[in-house]
Design a protein around this ligand. Structure first.
Ligand SMILES: C[S@@+](CC[C@H](N)C(=O)[O-])C[C@H]1O[C@@H](n2cnc3c(N)ncnc32)[C@H](O)[C@@H]1O
Length: 363
């Protein structure tokens, strides 16, 4: 006979929301560090955390019951083995990863909107927080620290397909649209010493990109400006690069972005789409977890080269060169006029170029 009460308890434990929130609040407030820096009673810890004394005491009591801290007869708290990984000095920082004011933490909190995703197929963040993820973390000053701490420091997702497979020798100036904290542009400028570049992104990351470009000693060739790709973009660059941008947007929004980019590029400019493609892979719980998590987070994680070309076509862009297609990325160059361009010393007509490239696996 089925033990319903045991299963009921299992389901209640699985669906509890208090535990994850309490642990994340502890990470956000840095309670492990406050305790490590001299313990203290709930009252003194609350003051140092800048928290409401009575509710903070209730949180601490719960965390003690969960085994994160101990408390002695004088009400003084101490760390346990369970809370030590939450110390901010750990590298990489679990506390930063779990922080409700962190980049990854914000993604996780969006999962509260899973019902919206399941009903509509749309990512959940805007449904929960009233604005999309990038808009939120790029406008609110509270996320500047998180963008500094958690932003990428190396270009990933087969970035070599952008940095080395494309012929940058004829390009004087590139706009990295949605270039985030400048990581990809910095690597591009280092790899191609003749190249000049500008990151175009929303205010918080654009400010960080400008500083990082300067710190990299590239201020003479690189810069960053704050602008939205849903509005008019700075003109005059030879190439407008979009790396990993469209996955975050529906087809309609993607076409709107591409129209803005095409408008800025003008008839003589080129648009280089280095799009991410995340086809579902693997079996088992971890793969199922990733598939659902990605669906709630990234609106269109998998677009084939065909789909990317269709979007560009709707924005009046014609493919002029097809670059590598790796398991996670495709690189295609477009222009308004569809003029033939050479690549790697080979003159490729669009038809030939596109024919020569295998489709993304599983597409
Ligand atoms: C997935 S990240 C891609 C970052 C980078 N291009 C790369 O390849 O790693 C998307 C980027 O788009 C930017 N973004 C989002 N909305 C934007 C907007 N309306 N205008 C300009 N940039 C935006 C985000 O700030 C973020 O840096």
């Amino acid at each position: 006979m089925t033990d319903n009460s045991a299963h009921t308890q299992t389901l209640l434990d699985m669906s509890d929301l208090l535990k994850p929130n309490a642990v994340r609040v502890a990470a956000t407030l840095g309670i492990a560090d406050l305790v490590a820096e001299g313990g203290g009673t709930a009252a003194t810890l609350a003051e140092r955390a800048g928290a409401h004394p009575e509710v903070f005491a209730k949180l601490l009591r719960y965390l003690v019951e969960l085994g994160l801290f101990t408390v002695d007869a004088d009400g003084v708290h101490a760390l346990t083995d369970l809370s030590r990984p939450l110390l901010r000095s750990n590298e990489p920082s679990l506390a930063q990863y779990l922080s409700m004011e962190g980049l990854f933490g914000r993604v996780s909190l969006g999962l509260v909107g899973l019902l919206h995703t399941v009903r509509t197929g749309e990512a959940s963040h805007a449904a929960v927080f009233g604005r999309d993820y990038w808009d939120e973390i790029n406008t609110d000053p509270v996320y500047v620290r998180a963008l500094e701490a958690e932003g990428p420091t190396e270009a990933g997702w087969d970035a070599d397909a952008v940095i080395r497979a494309y012929d940058w020798s004829t390009v004087r100036s590139v706009a990295d649209v949605g270039g985030n904290n400048g990581t990809l542009l910095i690597e591009l400028l280092r790899a191609h010493p003749h190249l000049r570049g500008t990151v175009i992104d929303l205010p918080n990351v654009a400010g960080i990109a400008a500083r990082r470009i300067e710190e990299a000693g590239l201020a003479d060739r690189g810069t960053a400006v704050a602008a939205s790709f849903f509005e008019e973009l700075p003109k005059g660059h030879d190439v407008y690069l979009l790396s990993g941008i469209l996955a975050d947007w529906s087809d309609e929004k993607s076409v709107a972005i591409l129209r803005r980019v095409a408008e800025a590029a003008g008839p003589d400019g080129r648009v280089l789409l280095a799009e991410i493609n995340l086809p579902e892979m693997g079996t088992g719980l971890a793969a199922a977890d990733t598939a659902l998590r990605v669906a709630a987070t990234v609106p269109v994680p998998a677009r084939t080269v065909e789909a990317v070309r269709d979007l560009a076509d709707r924005a009046g862009l014609t493919p002029t060169w097809q670059g590598p297609v790796t398991p996670v990325r495709s690189v295609v160059e477009f222009s308004q006029a569809g003029v033939e361009l050479s690549q790697a010393g080979v003159e490729l007509s669009p038809a030939v170029a596109l024919d020569r490239v295998p489709e993304v696996a599983g597409a």
